[in-house]
Design a protein around this ligand. Sequence first.
Ligand code: PMP
Length: 285
Amino acid sequence: MPRIIFMNDRLVPEAEARVSVFDHGLLYGDGVFEGLRSYAGKVFRLDAHLDRLWASARAICLEIPLSKAAVAQAVNDTLAANKLSDGYVRLVVTRGAGSLGLDPNRTRNPQVIVIADTISLYPREYYEQGLAIVTAATQRVQSAALSPRIKSLNYLNNILAKLEGLRAGCVEALMLNHKGEVAECTGDNVFVVRSGSLLTPPPDAGILEGITRNAVMELARGEGIDCREATLTRHDLYTADECFLTGTAAEVIPVVDIDGRTIGPGTPGPITQRLTTAFHALVRA
Ligand code: PMP
């Protein structure tokens, strides 16, 4: 069924949702985005996603031409127009059309686009049995070059690592920063459990500070689980009791094999399972 798309100020049929070939979002990946989830008609942590979108835009000197309230309304309207109560929303803001040069000052009309679709979940067995992942040779881009905290339309760094994962038969790949520390996966944050404590890399390890990550950290603290940000190496992952990934699309997904090393007993661990249950309850609350 053709979808209804929000473009700037109104809902239009998919076939009419078009951007200029001169849009710097297309020409240079100059723009920002968010991926959100709606559960039973309610968008999970909409405000946090809007805050992150605005922070990303601010970091690249892009002024979003709508208010946060208007974008929130657009997200809800797009879901409703597509009759989706459980769905995935992609929110995109491009720099707008300009000259063929890089200069963002010579662009006009940033495009605000909201796409709502059904969510294609990973198969159930991935959640029941856990994922095998590999470390990508492609490093996470250095913060001093382009901060991974900006959710920009420039995702080639992640895509190159994703290709490495796929070639190794894995749906996710682990990315290290230029110091060799664990950063995150190509589209998910990473956690380990060690001696009952939950550990995840800090934002300055070169990660996108995930909304799901932050929700899981809150849930862990609520469950009385010691939870901290910590610099992690691959050794810490290989020798962890449990490992899991978090992301808007994946939610909480166990990892049982990294680079051919079995993690813990090779099955999803008890803390992973507790947090998965707590997360499911939270999104439906
Ligand atoms: N890291 C990267 C690089 C991502 O693209 C994503 C998904 N947006 C995440 C982590 C997870 O973030 P969130 O929980 O906000 O979806």
